[in-house]
Design a protein around this ligand. Structure first.
Ligand code: ADP
Ligand code: MG
Length: 390
């Protein structure tokens, strides 16, 4: 056996070469991804879909068309179509009772789990899209230096994101409020704060600020930095890195609600025990020990990537239900080829075009996410109702 051939020794130079090759591939992939024909597009609505989105009978849409005060869409053949931009005024008109009351603030939801690959990013982005389709103004805050959520919005973290597009300047203390970093996306109704590897710098900046100023409360930086967004947006969704970092602590402390995606596998269940362990230590150290309290309006456990008819996962599902009780959302997100197809296109189930997968598979996948969005919307509305009582 030729040892040299077997072990394929790599020098630093080879690693640099590898890095350059992947970067240039990503640039090409992105070019394809953003070619006019393939550029990311929000969904288009036919009359039936518009009626469903507005939660009214189709006849109401036809009737309201006569008034001419809402976008009339465009005829394509003999079918009328509305872009998402055109559909939103309709949805916001018919669903106005469901939207944020004027005197209420945005609800912040942090999607967290210290483990990678549990569907945090997929959940965060799909939830944002689902809520935006229901008429809410959503801000997605990507706090994972890997920038997966950023990539799903068609922005390339390495090439297109500078500190001023991320929360970095907030964490470093250069900016007191996150407004500077908010940009819009291809999806009307969703704004984005990007992430990129430079956000790792926050893991040094925050403890350094604490050292210089013992009175500095590093865990409140994001909470304070979101004050303005709580007025300009209805829902803020935070995607976090798979680690208990200074940034993740900020995301948890800024949250009104926490969403923990959890695939029903034994290893994921075991690592969720560590999440709760660290999370509760943290709350004790930062909050309880100062005689303060932190209220989470809701904490949801979402069974994600659930494989149907899998014996092992049905056993673990039993543990999850026993361990997390009524925190478990009454919906399971199935493991589906649609999600895989979608992520191959840097998208989600709401991005996948009809026709690229079978209609039945697509609607089964979307139904689960629709229900998830509906359940979470109800909790958001309950928080607004509470705010108004106070
Ligand atoms: P995390 O952010 O927790 O690391 P991701 O959202 O990036 O997790 O998901 C990890 C992988 O699992 C991705 O490749 C994603 O496309 C895939 N995935 C997520 N949800 C599903 C699902 N319901 N069915 C199949 N694959 C999924
Ligand atoms: Mg992620």
């Amino acid at each position: 056996m030729d040892i040299k051939q077997t072990i394929k020794r790599q020098h630093l130079q080879d690693i640099e070469g590898q890095s350059a090759r992947i970067s240039s591939m990503m640039a090409t992939i992105r070019e394809v991804m953003l070619r006019p024909k393939d550029a990311k597009n929000a969904p288009v609505f036919g009359a039936t879909q518009l009626a469903t989105a507005c939660e009214v009978d189709k006849s109401k849409i036809t009737y309201r068309m006569n008034r001419g005060d809402l976008p009339e869409g465009k005829m394509r053949g003999n079918r009328r179509e509305w872009t998402m931009e055109e559909a939103l005024p309709w949805i916001r008109e018919f669903r106005r009772e469901q939207l944020r009351p004027e005197d209420a603030a945005a609800v912040t939801i942090t999607v967290a789990n210290f483990k990678g690959g549990v569907a945090k990013t997929t959940t965060a982005v799909t939830l944002a899209q689902g809520l935006a389709m229901r008429g809410h103004r959503v801000l997605v805050l990507d706090l994972d230096p890997q920038g997966s959520a950023t990539t799903l919005f068609g922005v390339l973290p390495d090439a297109e994101v500078d500190a001023e597009h991320t929360a970095m300047k907030l964490f470093s203390g250069e900016e007191p409020d996150l407004t500077y970093a908010i940009r819009n996306t291809y999806w009307p109704g969703i704004d984005l704060v990007c992430a990129a590897p430079l956000l790792f710098g926050a893991e040094f900046a925050l403890p350094a600020r604490q050292t210089h100023d013992p009175g500095f409360e590093f865990w409140k930086v994001l909470d304070r930095g979101l004050d303005n967004a709580r007025e300009t947006h209805d829902v803020i969704i935070i995607d976090t890195p798979p680690a208990l970092s200074y940034v993740t602590i900020n995301a948890l402390m800024a949250a009104d609600g926490v969403l923990l995606p959890l695939p029903p596998s034994a290893l994921d269940f075991a690592s969720s025990a560590q999440f709760w362990d660290l999370f509760s230590d943290l709350c004790n150290q930062l909050v309880r020990s100062r005689g303060e309290d932190k209220i989470f309006e809701f904490i949801d456990v979402l069974l994600s990537r659930v494989e149907a008819n899998d014996t092992a996962s049905s056993v673990v599902r039993g543990w999850v239900l026993e361990g997390y009780g009524d925190k478990v959302l009454p919906i399971e997100i199935p493991k589906t080829a649609v999600a895989a197809t979608a992520s191959a296109e840097f998208g989600t189930v709401y991005d996948v075009a009809r026709g690229s997968v079978s209609a039945k598979t697509l609607s089964r996948a979307r139904d689960a996410y629709d229900r998830m969005c509906q359940l979470i919307e109800q909790q958001i509305q309950a928080v607004w109702a509470l705010q108004q009582e106070q």
